[in-house]
Design a protein around this ligand. Structure first.
Ligand code: ADP
Ligand code: ADP
Length: 232
């Protein structure tokens, strides 16, 4: 079944002449790495943020796994969001917290026990190769290391879905490749469904199974990179 399903999802920001996202349908298969590509202002980031309700849709259904997020009351929405990780272009780490405290953050909010948090943080930092930086602060890390910490934080609650908003756009080409390798590994090893926004076709070609092309708030084309099949 679909890991993510958007049905007729619409977003119009107040004061804007046109909708950022016109009524849009999108189904992402479980286990897929799906790219959303398009020019700046096409609505990619808004569409991604509609998936975890960082943006509230004006209309339409947002389903992630078995949850219809758009229908959940706040408390249930918070629980459902635990199953959705997110990473960002600018990493969005908390700069006054250590690397380990950043990774622990979502687990603390969820009320996990200190012992289980400690074990899970160690596991996630080991996975991204940053155990030695547990006590460091984000300001002491390179861009690639910061994104690895952000990935560890996103994975800590063991999400089924990972949303990535231009995750390599602030990184040099070599670091970009290493982060794309981590994302591919997360998908393969843990079966995490990945939905990734980028403006770079090279990122899509190296990572994605399918891609949706966005223009002016609409998905105008969908391409299966495994078969080359194009749907209107
Ligand atoms: P992309 O990610 O493809 O660059 P965005 O989703 O960021 O595009 O933006 C789509 C459109 O929505 C743009 O016209 C942008 O200016 C507008 N927009 C995005 N976020 C907001 C916001 N919080 N308030 C008002 N307009 C916004
Ligand atoms: P506010 O009510 O303060 O606007 P938001 O829901 O917009 O809160 O979230 C604020 C910030 O928290 C976001 O910009 C994002 O960095 C982070 N955030 C919120 N929810 C998530 C999530 N599910 N995954 C990752 N980061 C999140």
């Amino acid at each position: 079944g679909a890991a993510i399903r958007l049905t007729g999802v619409t977003k119009h920001f107040a004061g804007s002449a046109t909708a950022a996202v016109h009524p849009t349908d999108l189904a992402i298969e479980a286990g897929e790495i799906h790219g959303i590509i398009g020019f700046s202002g096409a609505g990619k980031s808004t569409l991604l943020r509609l998936v975890n309700l960082l943006e509230r849709p004006d209309a339409g259904l947002v389903e992630v796994g078995d949850d219809e997020l758009s229908a959940l009351p706040p408390l249930a929405l918070r629980a459902a969001r635990r199953r959705i990780g997110m990473i960002f272009q600018q990493f969005n780490l908390l700069h006054n917290l250590s690397v380990a405290e950043n990774v622990a953050f979502p687990l603390r909010i969820a009320g996990d026990s200190p012992a289980s948090i400690k074990a899970r943080v160690a596991e996630c930092l080991d996975y991204v190769g940053l155990s030695a930086k547990a006590a460091a602060y984000p300001g002491q890390l390179s861009g690639g290391q910061k994104q690895r910490v952000a990935i560890a934080r996103a994975l800590a609650p063991n999400p089924g879905v990972l949303l990535a908003d231009e995750p390599t756009s602030a990184l040099d080409p070599r670091t970009t490749q290493s982060i794309l390798d981590v994302l591919a590994d997360i998908n393969q090893r843990f079966g995490v469904t990945v939905l990734l926004v980028t403006h770079e076709m090279s990122v899509v070609r190296r990572l994605c199974h399918r891609v949706s092309v966005m223009d002016e708030g609409r998905i105008v084309e969908q391409i299966d990179l495994r078969t080359g099949f194009t749907a209107p």
